[in-house]
Design a protein around this ligand. Structure first.
Ligand code: HEM
Length: 450
């Protein structure tokens, strides 16, 4: 299904707070000053839905002195992420990430960013990752045995923990001790509430004032930096030259291209980016499987796996990320006056691309509320606009490790379904849209052996 030619809009205001200005542009206005900001704080996904419900290519609202826009169609997403990537850059959305983790690929721009991608891309090549598949599967096997013994598990915590171990192993060739794992997960959790500062124009100043929040942030940062430094130190001592991410970073450091702090920033950003999203994506997929047991059987039977891989598991992971995308929003900022889908955008406008919005758009997905992994059968995918499905974004900042994430999804779901079956214990706790989209509480599942 492609996008219908005519945007879905009404020439009349749809409610008193909505004004349609032109077919491709929709403006959402608050009923009182600050209403939209409050709505965003309370429930960003609901505000995004409200903003993009008109079906216009671009929808916008006023947030204090600046406009915030969101793309509502694959065409506009493509223009944002690929065609206008020099007018619309990543901007300040990751100000808190940078403060907490240091500089790295997630926050670099310009030549530094290009160089980092060029340097690190080989660590994510198909050849290298193929060799790691069996290691990931064996970790998931061991986990299945542990779960059978326990009988009931919290999929949210279990998948975050597993993803962190896999990330440390794949990126750094390092086996995290449980104390190190808890230090990292605990510090990231402690820092999370402070990420609300991202939307505060005074964030840089607040981060320098000794407020209780800043002190908490600095404590979390010290733990993260200490733990990462210990991992880096152990590897520098060993002086082995492996082709993993850390091998590439340390070679770059030896050539004088990275200071030790820059190496730490790159490593820590990758470790953070490499487990939060994957962990959430896998937790959502396990919850979906628990609620749709027929798909557990289909993965286990390998019915669709004509090519020998985890094809059914891939479809399930893809469908889970369609309706609950772990990276729920990517943001860009106009560095000069520009246009998007013919709509003029003033310099300073923040533009959001949300796979949450695109993944639930009824013109792109038949019956979007239904869980149907067969939407991702190859034939169905070929008919769709490539930018209708963007859980990994696209363009120069698109996910560096998309291949690793798919492999992790396939391997973990296939390995678990070979050993166990899952059933939900209670309703899904709800969603928390923070730096990533996560379950807002534990996702308890009952485990039984096959
Ligand atoms: C299901 C898992 C994952 C999802 C949904 C995901 C999603 C994304 C998205 C949407 C972006 C782009 C944001 C933007 O356009 O501004 C991104 C960027 C990035 N991701 Fe992932 N990611 C996942 C796993 C990983 C893993 C496992 C790693 C590393 C080991 C990783 C490393 C990165 C890096 C370094 C970037 C920044 C790329 C750049 O700016 O050049 N991601 N990811």
């Amino acid at each position: 299904m492609g996008r219908a030619a005519a945007p879905r809009f009404s020439p009349e205001p749809m409610t008193d707070d909505r004004v349609i200005e032109r077919p491709d542009l929709f403006t959402l206005r608050g009923r009182y000053p600050g209403e939209l900001l409050l709505a965003f704080r309370r429930d960003p996904l609901a505000l995004l839905d409200r903003l993009t419900a008109s079906g216009a290519h671009v929808a916008r609202l006023r947030a204090g002195p600046r406009w915030v826009a969101a793309v509502g169609s694959p065409e506009a997403a493509r223009e944002l992420l690929v065609e206008r990537e020099t007018d619309l850059v990543r901007g300040r959305a990751l100000v808190m990430t940078e403060f907490l983790l240091g500089d790295g690929l997630l926050t670099d721009s310009g030549e530094a960013h290009r160089e980092a991608r060029r340097r690190l891309a080989p660590a994510f090549s198909r050849q290298r990752l193929d060799a790691l598949g069996a290691r990931i599967a064996s970790r998931a096997n061991a986990l299945a045995e542990e779960w059978i013994a326990r009988g009931r598990v919290d999929a949210e915590w279990e998948m975050r923990r597993l993803s962190l171990h896999i990330a440390a192993d794949v990126l750094f060739g390092y086996s995290l001790a449980s104390g190190e794992r808890n230090a990292i997960l605990g510090a990231l959790d402690a820092a999370l509430p402070l990420f609300g500062r991202t939307f505060n124009p005074l964030a840089d100043i607040l981060n320098r004032l000794p407020t209780p929040g800043t002190r908490r942030l600095l404590r979390a940062r010290a733990r993260l930096w200490r733990t990462t430094d210990a991992i880096l130190h152990a590897r520098r001592q060993r002086r082995d030259e492996r082709g993993d991410v850390l091998g590439h970073l340390l070679a770059w450091e030896r050539e004088g291209g990275l200071s030790p702090e820059a190496t730490r920033g790159q490593a820590l950003q990758l470790l953070a980016a490499g487990h939060e999203t994957t962990g959430a994506g896998l937790a959502f997929a396990l919850d979906d499987l628990a609620r749709h047991p027929e798909w557990q059987e289909r993965i286990a039977s390998g019915a669709d796996d004509t090519t020998g891989g985890g094809e059914t598991a891939r479809r399930v992971f893809a469908e889970s990320m369609r309706h609950r995308p772990p990276a729920w929003v990517a943001s860009r900022e106009a560095v000069r006056d520009t246009t998007l889908a013919g709509v003029p955008l003033a310099r300073g406008t923040v533009v959001l691309m949300s796979p949450w919005v695109l993944g639930r758009e009824p013109r792109l997905w038949r019956d979007p509320a239904r869980f149907d992994p067969d939407r991702f059968a190859l034939e169905a995918t070929a008919e769709r606009h490539r930018f209708a499905y963007l859980p990994f974004s696209a363009g120069r900042h698109g996910c560096l490790a998309e291949r690793l994430a798919w492999m992790e999804g396939e391997q973990v779901l296939s390995a678990l379904m070979a050993r166990i079956r899952l059933a939900p214990v209670s309703p899904f706790p709800g969603l928390a849209a923070r730096t990533t989209l996560r379950p807002s509480g534990p996702v308890w599942l009952d485990v039984r052996t096959t």
